[in-house]
Design a protein around this ligand. Structure first.
Ligand SMILES: [Zn+2]
Length: 146
């Protein structure tokens, strides 16, 4: 317990200084770093000092919510190359297709629906493109007069 707060001669406003343990927090660790000035933190993405002496960690949260910060966050497609992700998605799909007894056509419909529902997912797009190249052996629904 600190007795400093009860000392009446200390009338300074509470000041937040940089705390290196913040760098371990998942919400900050990708971009937070120490500034030369300990009243400030620094955002690696924005190359910008963030004054923290008044609001402390709250100032970091506020910075992370700004449009400026979001525009500087690098886009990651995951640690793996796209082809590998597509292969994984395909392997995840397989047991589902088996369980519900989908034929090749159903599988392709599903993947295409997923691709149109997730237009910004490169994985879904690639998966759908790959799947549509697969030969459809659908003799089982040949009497479909659609
Ligand atoms: Zn930033």
């Amino acid at each position: 317990m600190s007795s400093e707060t009860s000392n009446p001669s200390k009338k300074r406003q509470k000041v937040s200084l940089y705390d290196e343990s913040w760098e371990q927090l998942p919400e900050f660790r990708d971009w937070l770093e120490k500034s030369e000035n300990e009243d400030n933190a620094r955002c690696r993405y924005c190359n910008k000092n963030i004054p923290i002496y008044l609001a402390g960690m709250e100032a970091l949260r506020r910075h992370a919510q700004t449009r400026f910060h979001h525009s500087n966050v690098p886009v990651f497609y995951g640690p793996k190359p796209l082809d590998e992700c597509v292969q994984e998605a395909r392997e995840l799909l397989e047991p589902i297709a088996k369980k519900y007894k989908w034929n090749a056509r159903t599988k392709i419909h599903f993947v295409q629906a997923m691709a149109s529902a997730l237009p910004d997912s490169e994985i879904a797009q690639k998966l759908a493109a790959d799947m549509s190249l697969v030969d459809i052996d659908d003799s089982d629904d040949s009497n479909d007069s659609d």
